[in-house]
Design a binder for this molecule. Structure first.
Ligand code: HEC
Length: 93
């Protein structure tokens, strides 16, 4: 019984380290995010300005802003941008 718990823990650790933040690629996300500079830079994301407090909210905001973009980001690209924003600006608990 406890052996299965241990194996489960190992698998979870592998999954987490392989995926990082929701599977996004922060390096790619940083490049993609340049397309958002038409309206604002990264100053909105600093702790004194940022309103977003959770990872789910951040994803929602990126998806909503992406609606205004042309061309739009794909689902993977949204993951990349979220990963970049979480890596460099939002440090969620
Ligand atoms: C049409 C102009 C416009 C575009 C394009 C745009 N944004 Fe924004 N964005 C804004 C404005 C204005 C705000 C501030 C809204 C507020 O304070 O309620 C904002 C706020 C945000 C926030 C919330 C910051 C916080 O923590 O309070 C995020 C995250 C964000 N934008 C991400 C993006 C991303 C990613 C893109 C590119 C896909 C993008 N935006 C493109 C205008 C834009």
């Amino acid at each position: 019984m406890s052996r299965w718990v241990r194996i489960g823990g190992v698998l979870l650790a592998i999954a987490v380290s392989a995926c990082g933040s929701a599977g996004g690629d922060a390096v790619k996300g940083e490049q993609l995010h340049r397309a958002c500079f038409g309206c604002h830079g990264t100053e909105l994301y600093t702790p004194d300005r940022a309103k977003i407090r959770t990872s789910a909210e951040l994803r929602k905001a990126v998806i909503e802003w992406n609606d205004r973009m042309n061309p739009k980001f794909t689902k993977e690209e949204i993951d990349d941008v979220v990963a970049y924003l979480e890596r460099d600006f939002y440090r969620f608990p």
